[in-house]
Design a protein around this ligand. Structure first.
Ligand code: UDP
Length: 325
């Protein structure tokens, strides 16, 4: 199939593009490089530098390349940043997503896969979160994704379009060639590995007074290649119906456990200090992914935290400066 991948120069988008190509699909990457890296775009993908805030740019790409499906990864995606800059999320993420959905309708693209988030559930307590959990976005970021989920549902009722909504928990890990490189980096695993590599002095733990067993926040880390595999399954599933799935391993790990695993994997010293809580951080987010396992046969291949951290470390060692090397 011909798939247009927005945000295909970013972390999850570029690795999904790599997997799509390996499975014989054609890929058109559409990215404005505001956060992504040109070097992350697979050589075999068609490259279009364009901005989702410009409807004419999306339309031109659609007309030139005639995709049959769209995977929409491009977005601002930092919970804490969204609390500081709500309009960049409530306006830009939403308007850019709507521009893309409308361009799909206008050019006859009938399959749409949206990257969504665990941040739809606020601070849900100790339960693992399934697709029936009550929605209560935890930040302007979560709100922007929920708005796009609702928009897609309306558009699928009014037009010939089917969608898959994939709500990721904490994407992590790397393929052999591609990994996580944000500027500035704010995510736990790449930061811990930068400390292990001597590129930073110390890891700051954002709060150790949460109501969790070791006082630090718990997240459900999921390997980016397992996320990519779910996108390919979803592409098949939306031939017949809309679907919404949660993607995680179903086991949570605390910030302390992640740092400890990184010490084991790297064999390096990783000094840590306790800092303030980060605004918007819920204490615990763990997915129930039974639905996609049952309905599409999705099975994570890299479910162990050690496998996830190891793959990120291998990539970090191969590309110590990420895509700027
Ligand atoms: N975290 C931390 N120190 C850091 C970066 C992150 O303690 O320098 C914590 C953060 O508060 C959260 C967890 O690590 O509890 C995962 O954060 P990340 O930003 O990787 O992903 P998020 O859960 O925000 O999507």
């Amino acid at each position: 199939m011909k798939v247009l991948v927005t945000g295909g120069a970013g972390y999850i988008g570029s690795i999904t593009a790599e997997v799509l190509l390996a499975e014989g699909h054609e890929v058109i990457v559409f990215d404005n490089l505001s956060q992504g890296h040109r070097a992350a775009v697979p050589d075999d993908a068609v490259w279009v530098q364009g901005d989702l805030s410009e409807p004419s740019a999306i339309r031109r790409a659609m007309m030139a390349h005639r995709p049959e499906a769209v995977m929409h990864f491009a977005a601002k995606s930092l919970v804490g940043d969204s609390i500081v800059r709500p309009f960049a999320y409530l306006r830009d993420n939403v308007v850019e997503g709507l521009n893309l959905i409308e361009a799909c309708v206008d050019s006859g693209v009938q399959r749409f896969i949206l990257s969504s988030t665990a941040n739809l559930f606020g601070a849900p307590g100790n339960a693992v979160i399934d697709e029936k959990a009550p929605i209560a976005p935890g930040s302007p970021y979560g709100e922007s994704k929920w708005t796009l989920e609702r928009a897609l549902d309306w558009v699928s009722q009014t037009h010939d379009m089917r969608y898959a909504i994939l709500r990721y928990f904490n994407a992590a890990g790397a393929s052999a060639q591609r990994g996580e490189h944000h500027v500035p980096e704010t995510h736990l695993i790449p930061l811990v590995l930068q400390v292990a590599a001597g590129q930073r002095d110390c890891m700051t733990v954002f709060g150790d007074d949460y109501d969790t067993p070791d006082g630090t926040c718990i997240r459900d880390y999921i390997h980016v290649l397992d996320l990519a595999a779910a996108h390919l399954l979803a592409l098949g599933a939306i031939e017949t119906d809309n679907c919404t799935y949660h993607l995680g391993n179903g086991g949570g790990f605390s910030v302390r456990q992640v740092i400890e695993t990184a010490r084991t994997v790297t064999g390096r010293r990783i000094p840590e200090a306790i800092g303030q809580r980060r605004p918007g951080d819920p204490p615990r987010l763990v997915a129930n992914s039974d639905k996609i396992r049952r309905e599409l046969g999705w099975q994570p291949q890299f479910g162990e935290l050690e496998q996830i951290v190891s793959s990120a470390w291998q990539w970090h060692q191969a590309f110590p400066k990420g895509y700027e090397g």
